[in-house]
Design a protein around this ligand. Structure first.
Ligand code: NDP
Length: 456
């Protein structure tokens, strides 16, 4: 593992072999049977204890995230707290995971929610802690075992979380972290017949492969994939507020965010004014040492990711706005705002770096057309003072998570997921636990054989 701000080697972590995956699946199956048999209140109590243990180690987890992913320390502290909250929220669901009683004639019809068994969570490097917990917390709460494969570049927080789970009293084998490559450990997990569901977050290309492999075994799969989300600014919006908020929406996490609003669509009559206001706001989003609490943006996660971003936009390419970044060691890349044609590659594909394209639009119909002109459909923002227009737009943009006069789109208690090539299924929110269950329907004949029910 390499610190992306310094390029120093932090440590090395051995990869899990196919035989290691197989042994982990067997341990998970044994632990899951015991876990599912526990009283719901006991499962909930253990998950709450896990949350409390994470809370007690928040600073340690945050420092690991700063070191291996280059996240600014303030963000990393929030992320560790988010894991705690996800566990707490999931714990609250254990005793509320109810079935139904459906009216039928001649008896009683009941549904039960049964755990799936063992769930594989394949996490990316951009938000190693929260995304790992999105799948892990509800899957455990619903009575499953979890095998978590972190990204090869960022396994350290995941490994620490597994240690904290054991310290909190979760049974051995119930939550295991299997570091290794996608092509090796990842594929072995997806293909293993002892894994009942795969929760994948990452690129659309890899998601497509994971889904095809799951299809071969009729295995359940959730995909959280890429995005190229619009930030739509109408002339009737509070332009000052919209411009002040825009940098955070595509520079947070150095743009390595599936929800990044990397296409800024601005109504033509306020286009120049918006750019004027955006420039100082971008410069104020300071890029530098992630251990400094005043830093807003750290380095890119790896040399490979910087090469990828440079492949879209070389650092000397013409730009409307370009921020500053440290020179020397570290995978630095400055905040960059481009004016390009709507069909340009950089305006349509996911760059996953601190790069946004600004495009003018004429009216509502033009805004919707541009917003929907990518294969993705994850998030988006709409800035307007007209609430009717806000709702019309929210209903017309094909994306799973939209915000009005805001860029907030991920909360652990609201559903999250994508349309089109941005994904399949939903995570988080009130339905999170149910997504890790099978529904069983049972009919009980209650008729008295002496007095059978009259048929109409
Ligand atoms: P990937 O989609 O390849 O990686 C995501 C996760 O999947 C990692 O844990 C990876 O492991 C694993 N993986 C890779 N191949 C397989 C496979 N065949 N079977 C099972 N698991 C696999 O993303 P990259 O890291 O290659 O990033 C490339 C681009 O993808 C980024 O630039 C960005 O555009 C996009 N991306 C989007 C994310 C999102 O949140 N939507 C997150 C990450 C990337 P390992 O890393 O160990 O190889």
């Amino acid at each position: 593992m390499v610190n992306p701000a310094t390029e120093e080697l932090i440590t090395t972590v051995p990869a899990t072999s196919a035989a290691g995956v197989d042994a982990a699946v067997r341990r998970a199956a044994a632990a899951q049977a015991r876990w599912a048999a526990l009283a719901p209140g006991d499962r909930a109590r253990l998950l709450r204890r896990f949350a409390t243990t994470v809370d007690a180690h928040r600073e340690e987890l945050a420092q690991l995230e700063v070191a291996e992913a280059g996240h600014p320390v303030g963000n990393a502290r929030w992320e560790a707290g988010n894991v705690r909250d996800l566990l707490d929220y999931a714990a609250g669901g254990v005793e509320r995971l109810t079935g139904q009683q459906i009216p039928v004639s001649g008896g009683v019809n009941l549904t039960f929610r049964e755990p799936l068994g063992t769930v594989a969570v394949i996490a990316p490097w951009n938000f190693p802690m929260p995304v790992a917990a999105w799948g892990t917390a509800p899957a455990l709460a619903a009575g499953n075992a979890v095998l978590l494969k972190p990204a090869e570049t960022t396994p350290l927080t995941a490994l620490r979380l597994a240690g904290l789970a054991l310290a909190a009293g979760l049974p051995e084998g119930l939550f295991q972290v299997l570091p290794g490559s996608g092509a090796g450990t990842g594929r072995a997990l997806v293909d293993h017949p002892g894994v009942a569901k795969v929760v994948f977050t990452g690129s659309t290309a890899t998601g497509r492969e994971v889904m095809a492999r799951c299809a071969a075994q009729i295995k359940a799969v959730t995909l959280e994939l890429g995005g190229k989300s619009p930030n739509i600014v109408f002339a009737d919006a509070d332009i000052e507020r919209a411009a002040a908020a825009a940098p955070g929406s595509f520079l947070d996490n150095t743009g390595q965010d599936c929800c990044a609003r990397s296409r800024i669509l601005v109504q033509r009559q306020v286009y120049d004014r918006f750019l004027e206001l955006l420039e100082p706001a971008v410069h104020a989003f300071t890029c530098g040492d992630p251990t400094d609490p005043g830093t807003a943006m750290g380095p890119l996660v790896s040399a490979a990711q910087r090469t990828r971003v440079r492949g879209y936009v070389p650092e000397d390419a013409p730009a409307a706005i370009r921020g500053t970044a440290p020179k020397g060691k570290g995978y630095w890349y400055p905040a960059t705002v481009l004016e390009r044609e709507p069909a340009d590659r950089v305006a349509v594909e996911e760059v996953f770096g601190p790069v946004a394209v600004v495009l003018p639009f004429t009216d509502e119909a033009d805004a919707v057309r541009l917003a929907n002109a990518t294969p993705y459909g994850l998030s988006g923002s709409i800035w307007t003072r007209d609430t009717g227009r806000a709702l019309r737009l929210a209903q017309s943009v094909a994306a799973g998570n939209l915000s009005v006069n805001s860029h907030a789109s991920v909360r652990y208690w609201t559903p999250f997921g994508g349309y089109k090539h941005s994904g399949l299924g939903r995570e988080l929110g009130p339905g999170a636990l149910a997504a890790f269950t099978e529904t069983k329907n049972v009919f009980l004949d209650t008729q008295d054989p002496e007095h059978p029910q009259e048929q109409p």
